[in-house]
Design a protein around this ligand. Structure first.
Ligand SMILES: Nc1ncnc2c1ncn2[C@@H]1O[C@H](COP(=O)(O)OP(=O)(O)O)[C@@H](O)[C@H]1O
Ligand SMILES: [Mg+2]
Length: 227
């Protein structure tokens, strides 16, 4: 299988603090296409920090990050931005959908930013993504008119907008009840196994961790266990 993300000895230290704070310490990890990977660990163990490094939202202090064959640790900000927009989809605990926009327009946003499709093609693709996530009939609804589970599925559709190689999800089921949690886990599993996108999900949920292909555990900024 192809490697989508490779971290080699990645460390992130916040120097701005009075005493430097190590968020991630010497993390090495490979994520493959079609893999559903879970990241577990107690609060404050560095899970989000690791995910933000993989998602190019933060820069490492040392170590290398390779995404889809591109060494992004030495790349320019422009290349990092392009890689983020084209290769990576994000899902957070809070959906961060624009309240004034319909589901369809929210999903079209990353496509507009990338600017590769015509308006009609963007619309068709967004519609298809929403239908594939069980949201037929909801595409014109605004976030306020949808349930929490539906909103999170719109957020997943938005993450898929530009056909990324990897989805990075930070406690994506943290606000959902057990039924919607199970639905989101099922969606991620299917996406990974049937479409080949890699899914990396930070989770507290022990049930979640039984459905992934592999889990890593973080402690004090280090990857301490790989199952
Ligand atoms: N901007 C920051 N300034 C200072 N400390 C931070 C900052 N961001 C995170 N931390 C600290 O780094 C550690 C790891 O945080 P985080 O990656 O958010 O952990 P997790 O997602 O596992 O709960 C925590 O101890 C947190 O308090
Ligand atoms: Mg976190």
């Amino acid at each position: 299988m192809n490697n989508v993300i490779t971290l080699t000895g990645v460390t992130r230290v916040l120097q701005s603090e009075e005493i430097p704070v190590t968020l991630v310490s010497d993390a090495s990890l490979t994520v493959k296409a079609g893999e559903f990977l879970g990241i577990r660990g107690t609060s404050g163990s560095g899970k989000s920090s690791l995910l933000y490094l993989m998602g190019l939202l933060d820069q490492p202090t040392s170590g290398r990050i390779n995404i889809a064959g591109i060494d992004v640790s030495t790349a320019t900000e422009k290349v990092r931005q392009e890689t983020r927009l084209e290769k990576i989809g994000f899902v957070f605990q809070f959906h961060f959908l624009l309240q004034e926009f319909s589901a369809l327009d929210n999903v079209m946003l990353p496509m507009r930013r990338l600017g590769k499709l015509s308006d009609a093609d963007m619309r068709t693709r967004a519609e298809k993504l929403l239908v594939s996530l069980g949201l037929e009939g909801k595409t014109r609804k605004k976030p306020g008119q949808m349930s929490g589970g539906e909103r999170q599925r719109v957020a997943i559709a938005r993450a898929l907008a530009n056909a990324p190689m990897v989805i990075l999800a930070d406690e994506p089921t943290g606000n959902l009840d057990s039924k919607n949690t199970a639905a989101v886990i099922d969606i991620f599993r299917k996406l990974a196994h049937e479409t080949g996108v890699a899914v990396v999900a930070v989770t507290h949920d022990t049930e979640f961790a039984t459905k992934t292909d592999r889990n890593i555990v973080m402690k004090d900024g280090k990857i301490v266990e790989e199952q």
